[in-house]
Design a protein around this ligand. Structure first.
Ligand SMILES: [Zn+2]
Length: 318
């Protein structure tokens, strides 16, 4: 059904799934930079197409809505919501009665700023397993809200500016919506605002926010990408305290970004969600990408035929 040649390629077709190098034609699962390349043509959902353009990629885009099967080089393909960020998609591929589901990044927890995941059966499953280890268990949306609320109230009590460190696309928009729910003024990094405009264009209301720029008083809650605190603008901020929203908060993520605190919030599935997802897909065979080498062993212990998808450097057929 597919082969691996520095990327997942449908067998007998010139069509890749999240190709890691520039190719003539690829499905792009979502708008995070590690998935974007200047392919000649890409197939993606309309929001992903917008993020692709905002990130200055110049590919020709075939925008396909969720649940609208189309034919691509002899295969029937359909995009399903992945629940990761706005517009994130899985792709279900079918030919001659055999189906293949490629997940891209996904999660099962429902966020309020993206489409809820849709899970379908497939014979072959290629899944990301970034957090495929039992140590990784993430905050529920309710726990995230509670932890953020507590962090902000404590900062304000001690006269510190609350600074929320969240990836500019996805987690930042979720954070802005939650903080607006607490009734605080929200100030955001320009990149957060740039992507937030796409959320609004697709009907997701995250509430009011202002772009925070040099010289402006920080009289609200700041939402900025994790690297932003290294910028000189923070030197004149006065006392502030940072909290990192990250799946790696269970590990050393907080130290990596020099954050004062961390909340284990991620837009990926945690260990339990990965297992639950596989149970619902009921595939005959599973290939895992990203994450821990041990994860396929956990799947095999649960009765599934699973192995990591690795390239031997040669073209591999599956
Ligand atoms: Zn992603």
């Amino acid at each position: 059904m597919f082969c691996y040649d520095k990327g997942i390629k449908l067998f007998g077709a010139d069509f890749y799934l999240d190709a890691e190098r520039v190719v003539p034609f690829s499905f792009v699962s979502h708008g995070h930079t590690d998935h974007l390349r200047n392919h000649k043509r890409v197939l993606a959902t309309p929001p992903t197409a917008r993020f692709h353009k905002l990130r200055k990629h110049k590919s020709e885009v075939l925008a396909v809505d969720f649940n609208r099967p189309v034919e691509v080089e002899g295969y029937q393909v359909e995009l399903l919501p992945a629940g990761h960020i706005l517009g994130s998609a899985q792709i279900l591929v079918e030919k001659n009665g055999t189906s293949l589901l490629y997940t891209g990044d996904f999660k099962l927890r429902h966020g309020s700023t993206c489409e809820p995941i849709e899970i379908r059966h497939a014979d072959i499953l290629i899944m990301e397993s970034t957090y495929g280890h039992p140590d990784y268990q993430f905050a529920s949306p309710e726990q995230l809200e509670e932890a953020l609320d507590r962090f902000i109230r404590n900062c304000l009590r001690w006269g510190e500016v609350p600074v929320v460190l969240a990836y500019a696309l996805g987690k930042a928009q979720e954070a802005v919506r939650i903080i607006n729910g607490f009734g605080h003024r929200v100030l955001v990094h320009p990149n957060v605002a740039k992507f937030a405009a796409v959320y609004e264009a697709f009907g997701y209301d995250i509430g009011p926010y202002e772009v925070w720029q040099e010289g402006m008083p920080a009289d609200g809650v700041l939402v900025v990408p994790p690297h932003a605190t290294r910028k000189p603008i923070f030197l004149n901020l006065g006392p502030y305290r940072t909290v990192l929203l990250s799946g790696w908060a269970n590990g050393n993520g907080r130290y990596r970004f020099g954050a004062d605190e961390a909340i284990p919030f991620s837009d990926h599935a945690d260990f339990r969600e990965l297992l639950e997802f596989v149970k619902q897909v009921r595939p005959r065979r599973i290939y895992t990408t990203h994450g821990f080498d041990e994860f396929p062993a956990y799947l095999r212990a649960a009765g599934f035929d699973a192995r990591p998808l690795r390239s031997s450097g040669q073209l591999s057929l599956f």
